[in-house]
Design a protein around this ligand. Structure first.
Ligand SMILES: NC(=O)c1ccc[n+]([C@@H]2O[C@H](COP(=O)([O-])OP(=O)(O)OC[C@H]3O[C@@H](n4cnc5c(N)ncnc54)[C@H](O)[C@@H]3O)[C@@H](O)[C@H]2O)c1
Ligand SMILES: O=C(O)CC[C@@H](O)C(=O)O
Length: 532
């Protein structure tokens, strides 16, 4: 039974879902903050469910020898070292929608709080002061709201802004004209947003492009009296520059939920006039926490129990419904890759995966990942569908995908072609109704070879008696042939043979076969398939 550790505070719903779906679960919500203890125990787990307190570092990943999946109950995965996880073949999933409304509402709440200085007025009134003249606010109606990052959360904030009779302008390189029209907002460049907005709200991820997007230079371009809200990520705003802007009066107020360093227990922003701070509460509502806990537990269980992949950052999705149908084709893709990976000795330059007929309508991203995993595994044993595409990229291998309508007798097949400096190799395969992979073409020569755990791939001349030669050498060494498939380009020309053996072909017998005048090469192969 797979075992999951929940190392941050998550709704009890998550624990129940794991149990109901056949996953053993340890709920230790404070462990995420105890790095040393977490390092000690992480090796026991197949899954790790987290929020933002647990930092999934390269060091933790190195210690997580059994880990298969990290599930983030929330959106931002900046507390997970994704490249390190991918290299180790660990899937990283998030729950991209579960807390969007809640976080958007927090940004809107911040906007009101800053516009009307509600936290300060509240503190003053509670203190028995009646400072009616101290707190003069601004209206929101008719003001321009600048949304930076108009994805899930930004677009909800934009819609709320429209509902509040604001004029909404948005900057997002991926915002289409149609979507902007649908939202009733104006798409603008960043400089224009800075120049026009009375309120600016940030909703981008923290990337190299967005880090420090609000800095001294940006603030210089803004309207005097601008109010800035950040419920996305610390690091989007240079806090020192914001403080300078607030002190100079250029920035009239700020609502800050996320900080450069978290937990933020001290900051020069604290106690500043009209700066409203919350401790990363954007996602903290009963509804959002219920949503993300439920989603993360369902997604992780589905992966660990059924192999379904949903909302993975570093792997194509495979739905629970398609997983059973896709599984035999994933195996086929893997064995095609494994064939080429085992027979290719020189560096691979180019890989083409062709999907013919029915396979073209399948989840080809997943199938390509499986092909690449099979291809690389002979060199890197623990590669999987997550890490293989990264390794291929890192090695500078050019990858291409071709899809085409049914072109032959098979409903669908996959063909893998690999180029090196010396040669081009190709192999095609399909899955029969028994759900088992078959090789149907090698080097352009048609055949029908069942794929077994132990095989021998031979190139020979098409001459009479060659089957007998191979059979008698195998028999002499006690090697039992379960299946024998042959193909040739033309009578008396080049032929290939695929032998399906009961056990691994002994390396020392290989020379004996290759010594025969009509046998060019004999290559023992291993495939990770169930024995028939
Ligand atoms: N405060 C919280 O508790 C809390 C809760 C949830 C999410 N978040 C954070 O909110 C942010 C937004 O989340 P989301 O779910 O809307 O993400 P999303 O991926 O749906 O949207 C992000 C948008 O930012 C845009 N973007 C990327 N680079 C950009 C750039 N250089 N300039 C402008 N736009 C750019 C993308 O095109 C995308 O549309 C994330 O950083 C997330 O981690 C915070
Ligand atoms: O888990 C949280 O409280 C914060 C989550 C939030 O930052 C997110 O990116 O989803």
């Amino acid at each position: 039974m797979p075992r999951v550790l929940v190392s941050d505070k998550l709704s009890p719903t998550a624990v129940q879902i794991f149990k109901d779906r056949g996953v053993e679960v340890d709920y230790l919500p404070d462990l995420g903050k105890d790095k040393e203890k977490l390092l000690e125990v992480i090796g026991q787990y197949d899954g790790l469910a987290i929020r933002s307190a647990t930092k999934v570092t390269e060091k933790l990943i190195a210690a997580a020898t059994n880990l298969k999946v990290v599930g983030r109950a929330g959106i931002g995965v900046d507390n997970v070292d994704i490249p390190a996880a991918s290299r180790r073949g660990i899937i990283v999933m998030n729950t991209p929608f579960g807390n969007s409304i809640t976080t958007a509402e927090h940004a809107v709440a911040m906007m009101f709080a800053v516009a009307r200085q509600i936290p300060e007025a509240n503190a003053s009134t509670h203190a028995g002061k009646w400072e009616k003249n101290r707190f003069m606010g601004v209206e929101i109606t008719g003001k321009t709201l600048g949304v930076i990052g108009c994805g899930n959360i930004g677009s909800i904030v934009a819609q709320r802004g429209v509902g509040l009779k604001m004029h909404v302008v948005a900057f997002d390189p991926f915002l289409s004209d149609d979507r902007a029209i649908e939202l009733g907002i104006e798409k603008v460049e960043l400089e224009e947003l800075f120049a026009r907005a009375d309120f600016i709200t940030l909703h981008t991820p923290l990337t190299d492009k967005t880090r420090n997007i609000i800095n001294k230079d940006a603030i210089t371009k803004m309207k005097k009296g601008v109010r800035i809200i950040n419920c996305a990520r610390g690091g989007l705003i240079v806090e020192a520059d914001l403080i300078e802007g607030l002190k100079s009066g250029k920035v009239a107020g700020a609502g800050i939920d996320v900080f450069e360093v978290e937990p933020a227990t001290e900051s020069p922003l604290f106690n500043m006039e009209n700066v409203v701070c919350t401790p990363h509460l954007g996602a903290s509502t009963d509804e959002a926490q219920e949503n993300v806990a439920l989603q993360v537990a369902e997604q992780m269980s589905d992966y660990l129990v059924k192999g379904a992949v949903t909302n993975a950052i570093n792997m194509p999705s495979i739905s629970a419904e398609e997983a059973p149908r896709l599984k035999p084709f994933v195996k086929l893709a893997e064995v095609l890759g494994a064939f080429v990976g085992q027979v290719t000795e020189e560096p691979i330059k180019e890989v083409e995966v062709l999907f013919d007929g029915a396979t073209a309508g399948m989840n080809t991203r997943a199938l390509i990942s499986a092909t690449l995993a099979g291809l690389i595994r002979p060199q890197v044993a623990d590669v999987n569908m997550v890490s293989a595409p990264i390794m291929v990229k890192e090695r500078g291998i050019v990858l291409s995908e071709v899809k085409r309508d049914k072109s032959g007798v098979f409903d669908g097949y996959i063909k893998l072609t690999v180029k090196t400096d010396k040669r081009v190799r190709s192999i095609a395969g399909t899955v029969f109704s028994d759900h088992k992979p078959r090789f149907i073409q090698i080097k352009g020569i048609n055949m029908d070879a069942e794929v077994g755990r132990h095989m021998l791939y031979m190139a020979n001349k098409d001459v009479p008696g060659i089957i007998g030669v191979i059979g008698s050498i195998c028999a002499k060494h006690g090697i039992n042939i379960a299946n024998f498939s042959l193909g040739r380009d033309n009578a008396g020309g080049n032929a290939i043979a695929m032998l399906y053996l009961d056990e691994a072909f002994p390396e020392e017998v290989r020379a004996e076969l290759e010594g025969h005048e009509f046998i060019g090469s004999a290559k023992p192969l291993q495939f990770d398939v169930e024995e028939v």
